[in-house]
Design a protein around this ligand. Structure first.
Ligand SMILES: Cc1cc2nc3c(=O)[nH]c(=O)nc-3n(C[C@H](O)[C@H](O)[C@H](O)COP(=O)(O)OP(=O)(O)OC[C@H]3O[C@@H](n4cnc5c(N)ncnc54)[C@H](O)[C@@H]3O)c2cc1C
Length: 399
């Protein structure tokens, strides 16, 4: 693999980095910029979104014809990592979860009419979206095929939804929803994907679940469906292709998480470099102590390995391959290095690292979700092991 960025990619990378440094970092540094849920408040968000659009740094994953930058997955890896330096970066450039993955799914699988209606406003940033899969026990969690929420055909050609969901990111505030529901008991083809609007009757938000970390806009909500009626024209893909939709969405969405988390892990290390280079003890700066150098080297090495794994999976996705094993390996490794890099940065900042004077404590509370969202690490290990058992030593073949 050649990791050289083209002149155009390098120019874009530098523009993202400059935008984050000049426009976003000063806003992030101001405590008044945060909302009650520890994310960027709406007013500064709208200002920065407008600036990002006019700077040509908007919706990098979407086609140019629809107002995006038309980047391939490798280009996205470069862009998202730079954007991820700030906690506000991805959402200001319209490449934050869950809109990011929802746009990718709708763009790949929607009809042109569905894209005009359901996708374009998300690209334009005029509304937000949510994806609804997970259910409380005994329903669907790690295993979507265990889904209990049902979509039952009604005589008039529409579907009626009954069920219970939770941890739906962004539901409070989203207008466009993508819903997975059971439409049959046929193994592997029991799920179907539907689209509905916030104002459609027959569903409600029971609560916004309080979590240990900062929240994405619209929180993580528990929902009840009691007779929501969805016309068949708002079915995404064929009946029974829900699992296929999940794989299409998550394949890239899991990797875009890794891209943003790499930016956050680098930022964590950035937050301790200045301190270790200036803080002196025992006759030298912290950075001159070999033990500190080992901690920094371990973090730097992990981040670099995570970047290589992410880039390799991205390059494979760009060939049309599903790259399931590569994406799973990257997701596990990057979620762990994120946690370790933040912990290292907290430790090397001493007492300061435990304070709210740096973004590190925010990141430390955010990081555990990386091992859960879009598949728990143990389930990704199951995917990797199945590939190894099926292919034996060919698991490590070159492409
Ligand atoms: C911050 C956050 C945001 C989320 N946003 C969304 C969203 O927008 N939409 C949505 O639909 N869902 C969302 N989720 C839910 C997320 O996708 C699920 O948490 C995840 O798929 C795991 O499902 P579960 O929580 O039901 O865990 P369970 O399936 O109950 O598993 C519990 C634990 O058991 C272990 N485990 C499970 N299966 C296996 C196995 N086969 N082998 C070994 N160990 C196993 C793992 O350690 C796992 O963490 C979100 C979750 C979080 C934390």
């Amino acid at each position: 693999m050649d990791f050289t960025l083209s002149p155009e990619q390098e120019d874009l990378r530098q523009r993202v980095a400059k935008f984050v440094a000049d426009e976003i970092m000063p806003v992030e540094a101001d405590p008044a910029s945060f909302d009650a849920h520890e994310n960027i408040a709406d007013e500064p968000l709208q200002i920065l979104r407008a600036k990002a659009r006019s700077a040509g740094l908007w919706a990098p994953q979407m086609p140019v014809a629809r107002g995006g930058l038309g980047l391939n997955t490798v280009g996205m890896a470069m862009f998202y990592e730079e954007a991820g330096r700030s906690r506000f970066g991805p959402v200001c450039m319209n490449c934050a979860a869950p809109d990011d993955g929802n746009m990718i799914l709708l763009e790949r699988c929607g009809t042109e009419e569905q894209k005009d209606k359901w996708l374009q406003p998300i690209i334009d940033g005029t509304l937000r979206s949510s994806i609804i899969m997970t259910e409380p026990a005994p329903g669907a969690g790690s295993d979507p095929t265990a889904m209990l929420t049902t979509a039952t055909p009604k005589g008039n050609g529409s579907w009626v939804i009954e069920g219970h969901k939770w941890f739906i990111t962004g539901a409070e505030g989203a207008e466009h929803f993508i819903l997975l529901a059971r439409t049959s008991d046929e193994p592997r083809r029991n799920l179907t994907t539907f689209l509905f609007h916030r104002d459609d009757p027959g569903w409600e938000i029971l609560r916004r679940i309080e979590i240990m970390g900062p929240e994405e806009h619209g929180g993580h909500c528990e929902l009840k469906f009691d007779g929501l009626e969805i016309p068949d024209e708002n079915r995404l893909m064929a009946v029974g292709e829900g699992m296929k939709a999940v794989q299409i969405r998550l394949g890239t969405a899991r990797l875009t998480h890794c891209m943003r988390w790499l930016g956050m892990a680098k930022r964590a290390i950035e937050e301790c470099l200045g301190y270790v280079e200036t803080r002196k003890n025992f006759g030298m700066t912290l950075a001159e102590h070999e033990g500190v150098q080992w901690m920094l080297a371990d973090a730097a090495m992990d981040i670099e390995i995570g970047r290589l794994m992410t880039m390799r999976a991205a390059a494979k996705l760009d060939t049309g391959d599903q790259a399931r094993t590569e994406v799973s390996m990257a997701k596990i490794f990057v979620s762990e290095l994120l946690h370790k890099a933040i912990a290292t940065a907290i430790q090397l900042n001493g007492a300061r690292g435990y304070s709210k004077d740096t973004p590190l404590e925010w990141m430390y509370r955010y990081a555990p979700q990386a091992k859960l969202v879009d598949g728990a690490s143990e389930v990704h290990k199951m995917v990797i092991a199945r590939d190894l058992l099926a292919n034996g030593m060919d698991f490590w073949s070159w492409d």
